[in-house]
Design a protein around this ligand. Structure first.
Ligand code: ZN
Ligand code: ZN
Length: 200
């Protein structure tokens, strides 16, 4: 590995993607507008929201469940395929009528569970869609961060006169940042805005 010159204007991308910041997202409480947190277990994608001021509480498991059944009819051996997307509850057996011979039988379906998120609008949290606490208009664009660490990270990125990447195998957060954050002419104004948000 090549030696690097340390210096205050040098920003070393620590190979972080935006994803590690998602486990604790600061949002504006939809009930009292105070600062609250959306916490998500990134292993199970279970999300909880709790407001320390008004005690508003929300939870979501962020998962979708599909029912699948692939069997051969007990009466005529015709192949029966059932796929029901987005079912709410698991049932151990379902009754299915064979499309070939009409015999109705009970079968054990399988269930497939996978993470499913609402398509979050810019400036909202990716799990519950609540407005982020750290968000501010920058001209036509929107500056936002999931939490204080994320904001601090952005400050480091924007403030660096010289950027380097340690390893091209990693997709770094820097590469995914919107263009307005990468323009040198915006640097001073962005840093001011970030400093203002940090005091929020
Ligand atoms: Zn509240
Ligand atoms: Zn049949």
């Amino acid at each position: 590995m090549a030696a690097t010159t340390p210096g205050p204007a040098r920003f070393k991308d620590p190979h972080r993607s935006v994803y590690p910041f998602r486990d604790r997202v600061f949002v504006a409480c939809p009930r009292c507008a105070g600062r609250a947190e959306v916490r998500t277990d990134l292993a199970t994608y279970r999300t909880t929201f709790h407001c320390p001021d008004c005690h508003h509480h929300l939870a979501s498991d962020n998962t979708r469940m599909d029912l699948r059944l692939e069997v051969y009819c007990n009466a005529c051996a015709h192949r029966i395929s059932v796929h029901i997307p987005n079912v709410k509850t698991k049932r151990s057996v379902i009754r299915v009528k064979c499309p070939a011979c009409g015999a109705a039988e009970s079968y054990r379906p399988s269930y497939e569970q996978y993470p499913a998120f609402s398509r979050a609008a810019a400036g909202t949290d990716p799990f519950l869609g609540l407005d982020l606490w750290y968000r501010a208009a920058f001209g036509e664009d929107l500056l936002w961060a999931y939490n204080y660490d994320h904001l601090h990270y952005l400050e480091g990125y924007v403030g660096a006169a010289l950027r380097e990447r340690n390893d091209p195998r990693y997709m770094t957060l820097g590469e995914k940042l919107p263009r307005f954050m990468q323009l040198a002419k915006n640097r001073a104004a962005l840093l001011k805005l970030i400093a203002r948000l940090k005091r929020k």
